[in-house]
Design a protein around this ligand. Structure first.
Ligand code: SPV
Ligand code: MG
Length: 290
């Protein structure tokens, strides 16, 4: 789907929207089936899909190809996690043009240095670029989009880097002034107090985006009660669920020396045919194969 305004429209209609990470068209289809409002084209999930750390190792082309494949199979708006923008403001210009063309509805750009280190890892190197440098990247993103409905979301990693709320608020305000449509504020605390405090202290107009992975007890009821939050991103749950399910099935087949017991507990082949749109393909065969 290429409808950049779709995300903005959903937020206007629903107040708070739910996005879930996907790393493939198949996971995006399952997200759509479950009733999510948007897809988070997660760098962490795609890196893990390649068996790689989320440290700017997966290239823009790899991420873009996957996003394009997802956009071809689901009608949900896709929020592209473009990490640091793959370099400086010039790289951001190129990335925004490419992601808009590929069918993304929004990009999230984070204020870490390139190459980045994933946010939630203990003891990770979390260096941020200067505020002015990141303002330039946001300005470049805003100037490069062709549709104003394509959202530019600035992500500050100030709390992740341990720089405190004051620095996080100052960066968020600077990024909003540079043109960001929304601010993603990330935290790796195990409890929501750090994020709740930021949200209460936020005086800007830009709505906020949260990723409650390390503090999952901040549920949607509490998020709504906090106000100011437009998007909640469930960051990596599909990938983790898949790992648990695959690991269990694979081990059971080895242990049993057979797939008999596993077969009863996993999706049927017919289920997969449904996700592959086999009926439509069969209908096309009947119509066109002469
Ligand atoms: C991702 O899913 O790639 C994210 C969220 O950026 S996190 O991994 O929590 O940083
Ligand atoms: Mg990421």
């Amino acid at each position: 789907m290429s409808n950049p305004g779709a995300l903005k429209a959903k937020i206007a209609e629903r107040g708070l929207i739910r996005a879930i990470a996907a790393h493939s068209p198949l996971s995006a289809l399952l997200a759509e089936e479950a009733g999510f409002d948007a897809i988070w084209a997660s760098g962490f999930e795609l890196s893990a899909l390649y068996g790689l750390a989320d440290m700017s190792l997966v290239t823009m082309t790899q991420h873009l190809d996957m996003l394009r494949a997802m956009a071809g199979r689901v009608s949900l708006p896709i929020i592209a996690d473009i990490d640091t923008g793959f370099g400086n403001a010039i790289n951001v210009i190129h990335a925004v043009r490419e992601y808009e063309r590929a069918g993304a509805a929004a990009v999230v750009i984070e204020d870490k240095t390139f190459p980045k280190v994933t946010s939630l890892v203990a003891g990770g190197r979390q260096d941020l670029v200067r505020i002015e440098e990141f303002e330039g990247k946001i300005e470049a993103a805003v100037a490069s989009r062709t549709d104003p409905g394509f959202l530019v979301i600035a992500r500050t990693e100030a709390l992740i880097a341990g720089l405190g709320e004051e620095e996080a608020l100052a960066r968020a305000a600077a990024y909003e002034a540079a043109g960001a449509d929304m601010i993603l504020i990330h935290s790796k605390r195990q409890t929501p107090e750090e994020i709740e405090s930021f949200v209460r202290a936020w005086r800007g107009n830009a709505p906020l985006v949260l990723v409650p992975t390390s503090y999952p007890d901040l549920d949607e009821k509490r998020i709504r009660a906090l106000g100011r939050i437009a998007v909640v991103i469930y960051g990596n749950h599909g990938l983790r669920a898949a790992v648990t399910a695959m690991r269990d099935a694979f081990r059971r087949i080895i242990a049993d020396g057979s797939a008999e017991s596993v077969s009863k507990n996993i999706a049927s082949v017919e289920d997969i045919f449904g996700l592959q749109d086999m009926d439509a393909e069969k209908a096309s065969e009947r119509r066109f194969l002469k």
